[in-house]
Design a protein around this ligand. Structure first.
Ligand code: ATP
Length: 495
């Protein structure tokens, strides 16, 4: 995510009020102030984190962790999005959180992540989301190298179907990319991450005035590689924004990489503005034509944004054979598993240590609660931990009681060869990298709280260097978490 939407729009106390199941809503659109009593479809419950059995971490966002959570009494499984209240306030993410909560609550489509309920305790806000066991489409592309045209057609069609609904209710998603397209256990696509949506004038979706994204106070919203050229020229955002991103995503499905790639965001933007696209030879004429049209510099000319609406997109020859009425009844492509790519996965889920979140106390109706954390500073760092995936393979590299702060599969860039390694940061603190195939520690970076002896240099969202007096090591994180690595290491140094 590049830019933060809107202003802070009120503190955490106000947000807690907004999270009440009854609230007064005002629609800022259309000039006339519409005001009505409003009940969330997904209620705010009085649950605690102890009501759930926590499983693996699905992923980490810039201000949240998403964990597999089974409700102990019903056995229902959710993707529990856990957000640290202090962090949200500090990082001005309040409006982003409110927006996602209120928008998801009103969306109802099989191609969009469902929000079931929310709850909170002293430290955290929790959103119980529909669980997507298949992970991100990004991982499917990475693990398969690239997708076949049939696979890409299937996924693209499901995205088109959901986008038609999103645009139909007057919303622009603004952050369509393979990381935000989640895959269910069965292999269907669900669009996630509605924190950057923009409501159009005549939107059917109601948002709180201070939960909406305010374009005036920010440069732009989205992710560098998927941003359309008009957004870089500060033109008003339109539905065409998502259609450009769809074109980039389809290109990435078919080739394995996004069409506008370079070493820095600035260079990526130059490529986007110059519309510097090269199609691999193996793309079919239909795929090339559709991507070429979706990446039209004129947003109104992109199929789906013109006077014929979505018919123009759905009737494109690339989608020949797609049964648009029965999409979700079709058999999805076979999912790739991480274990097919990295050897030695014992296939076991490793449960996440629940002491990493919340305080376990029940929230009273007046918003007060009992317990406070004894080691708040450390817990805070741990709650902010950025963890791609954590399974029992990495447990053997930890001492008893030691927990992981951040872990990701990264490329260690060397002069002659680049090597995939698992970079692991723990609360000891310990910073090591492991050969994922041989399950051997390949490097132990000597920890120091002194930034002269251990520092992180971020070169681009995906490229960072770990510098020690003896050595400088260069890493590439495909998930663009270079800044999170810096934050996590510096957070531990300043604990
Ligand atoms: N419903 C879900 N089911 C399974 N995994 C999920 C679900 N929602 C999110 N995830 C995983 O958790 C990760 C973090 O999600 P989250 O929504 O917190 O942040 P994000 O989408 O990465 O966004 P950002 O960094 O822009 O805040 C996602 O990238 C995804 O891999």
């Amino acid at each position: 995510m590049l830019a933060v939407v809107g202003g802070e729009g009120g503190g955490i106390a106000e947000m807690e009020k907004d999270f009440d199941s009854k609230l007064r809503i005002q629609n800022p659109n259309g000039g006339v102030q519409r005001s009505k009593s409003f009940a969330f479809r997904a209620p705010q419950e009085n649950f605690t984190i102890q009501d759930f059995e926590l499983g693996k971490i699905y992923g980490v966002g810039s201000y949240s962790k998403v964990v597999r959570a089974k409700k102990k009494d019903t056995g229902n499984v959710y993707a529990l999005k856990i957000m640290d209240k202090k962090f949200i306030t500090k990082e001005n993410k309040t409006s982003y959180v409110k927006l996602e909560r209120i928008v998801l609550d009103q969306l109802d489509h099989p191609g969009i992540i469902r929000l079931f309920f929310t709850f909170q305790d002293t430290f955290s806000l929790y959103m119980a989301l529909e669980s997507c066991e298949g992970g991100e489409l990004f991982d499917q592309i990475t693990w398969k190298g690239r997708l076949s045209e049939d696979e890409a057609r299937f996924y693209a069609a499901e995205v088109v179907d959901a986008l038609e609904y999103i645009h139909g209710v007057g919303l622009i998603h603004r952050d369509i990319k393979p990381e935000n397209l989640l895959v269910t256990a069965e292999g269907h696509i669900k669009i996630a991450d509605f924190g950057s949506v923009k409501t159009m004038q005549d939107s059917k979706i109601t948002v709180l005035p201070n939960a909406s994204s305010d374009d005036k106070s920010c440069t732009f919203v989205g992710t560098a590689a998927y941003v359309p050229p008009e957004v870089l020229n500060s033109s008003p955002v339109t539905f065409g924004n998502d259609l450009w991103a769809l074109g980039c995503t389809l290109y990435q499905m078919l080739s394995g990489t996004s069409p506008f790639k370079d070493a820095s965001e600035w260079l990526i933007f130059q490529r986007i503005i110059a519309r510097d696209i090269r199609f691999p030879d193996y793309f079919s004429a239909e795929a090339k034509d559709l991507i070429d049209k979706l990446l039209d510099t004129n947003p109104r000319k992109r199929p789906g944004a013109g006077p014929d609406g979505y018919a123009a997109l759905k009737m494109h020859p690339f989608f020949k054979g797609i049964d648009w009425k029965n999409l979700r009844a079709q058999i999805p492509p076979k999912l790739a598993l991480e274990s097919n790519v990295v050897e030695a996965n014992d296939g076991q889920e490793s449960p996440w240590n629940p002491s990493h979140v919340g305080d376990g106390s029940v929230r009273n109706n007046d918003g007060s609660s009992g317990a406070t954390s004894s080691s708040e500073a450390t817990a805070h760092v741990t709650r902010l931990a950025s963890i791609d995936s954590f399974d029992s393979r990495w447990q053997q590299f930890l001492d008893p009681g030691e927990s992981v702060i951040m872990i990701s599969m990264v490329k260690k860039i060397q002069k002659l060869t680049n090597k995939k390694v698992q970079l692991i940061l723990t609360d000891k603190p310990k910073l090591i990298y492991v050969d994922p195939a041989k399950l051997m520690v390949k490097g132990n970076i000597i920890w120091s709280d002194n930034p002269n002896d251990l520092s992180i240099q971020v070169l681009s969202p995906s490229h960072f260097k770990i510098c020690t007096p003896k050595k400088v090591m260069s890493f590439e994180d495909a998930k663009q978490r270079a800044w999170q690595w810096k934050k996590a290491i510096e957070g531990l140094q300043n604990r």
